[in-house]
Design a protein around this ligand. Structure first.
Ligand SMILES: *Cc1c(COP(=O)(O)O)cnc(C)c1O
Length: 339
């Protein structure tokens, strides 16, 4: 969809390969006793090992280029997939990239952090401030040094980032004209994916239920996460000048699977990662998609989602973090191979 605001087409730059594949998870479905799950492979967006941030960055960095900026600043956790994809996109677009990462510099750069280094980004260790609290200071320093910096919000979750998932719903609709999904299950953490899917569902008149699996129990700035998503939906609707008022009662954010918190891997994630890898040859990540798939499997086993429901699991990427979490994984015993 060409998105037009105030009679002007919104700037978008191409960073990935779309549409991403949509396939059935046949062997996992059999193992679950005849479930009906499909997967949307946004881990295959093609930018630096893929992920959902590729979509958002097409709009956000499109805007940075349109404004003539030469430097990008963003923030995240040390193993942020968002920062890794931003670093790669900035390299491709010839923009200097500054990443504010939470925590302290580890002895060894692994996983996404290793890739941030390979892409030549400038890393600022920010201690407790893992959600970009120090951005204004870095922005001021870079401006004083004569740069024209552009701030990409935490997780790429602003109105521009949300626009990308309106496009993603259109992409999905074009991919599956005759198959109607009853549910879309996905990991939700900074809210841009969730907000965009809500608007895309509305604009393209889709019937599926959006089941966001909450990953992170922290609050987002002043607002609880659910309120933050609702605010982002309504701000994006306003930007698009569409008549749509979304309320928290309409939001489905499932917070039953947060376990011990962000990035703490438990039995749920380990089992989902092992099952999906050993039955489908597909890698999930420890922080987001491992948890969301674990949630989906549990909801099917406990009858919250029925086996006859046609479910789309939206794979949002993240597998590079596996290379930093290897020691934390406690995989269940290997499955017997039967044929
Ligand atoms: C960022 C991310 C998410 C969450 O998407 P939001 O739009 O931030 O809610 C899910 N999965 C992976 C792998 C991510 O990197």
């Amino acid at each position: 969809m060409d998105i037009v605001i105030n009679n002007q087409q919104v700037a978008k730059t191409s960073l990935g390969f779309f549409p991403t594949p949509l396939v059935e998870l046949r062997r996992l479905n059999d193992a679950l006793g005849g479930a009906n799950i499909y997967i949307k492979r946004d881990d295959m967006t093609g930018l630096a090992l893929g992920g959902n941030k590729t979509r958002k960055l097409e709009y956000i960095l499109g805007d940075a280029l349109a404004q003539g900026c030469d430097t990008i600043i963003t923030a995240g956790a040390a193993q942020s997939n968002h920062c890794r994809q931003t670093a790669a996109a900035a390299a491709f677009l010839n923009l200097e990239c500054h990443l504010l990462l939470g925590g302290e510099q580890p002895a060894k750069a692994e996983g996404n952090l290793l890739l941030d280094n390979i892409f030549g980004s400038h890393i600022h260790w920010s201690g407790e401030n893992r959600k970009g609290e120090n951005i204004p200071q870095v922005f001021a320093e870079l401006s004083a040094a004569g740069k024209k910096p552009y701030i990409v919000p935490y997780g790429g979750s602003n109105e521009l980032g949300a626009l990308a998932f309106i496009d993603a719903v259109e992409e999905l609709r074009n991919q599956c004209q005759e198959q109607q999904f009853s549910h879309i299950v996905f990991a939700s953490s900074s809210g841009g994916t969730h907000a965009g899917l809500i608007l895309g569902k509305h604009l393209f008149k889709q019937d599926f239920e959006l089941v966001g699996i909450n990953i992170d129990k922290d609050e987002h700035g002043q607002l609880p996460f659910a309120a933050h998503i609702v605010q982002l939906v309504n701000r994006t609707a306003k930007l698009l000048a569409i008549d749509f008022n979304f309320t928290e009662q309409q939001l489905l954010l499932n917070s039953n699977y947060i376990g011990d918190g962000y990035g703490v891997i438990g039995t749920l994630e380990n089992e989902a990662i092992a099952l999906t890898a050993q039955l489908e040859g597909i890698l999930l990540d420890p922080v987001y998609t491992g948890r969301a798939m674990g949630a989906l499997i549990d909801m099917i086993r406990t009858g919250q989602i029925s086996k006859t429901d046609k479910v789309l699991f939206w794979h949002t990427g993240g597998a590079p973090a596996l290379f930093a979490y290897g020691e934390g994984l406690q995989l269940p015993p290997r499955r017997n191979h039967s044929r």
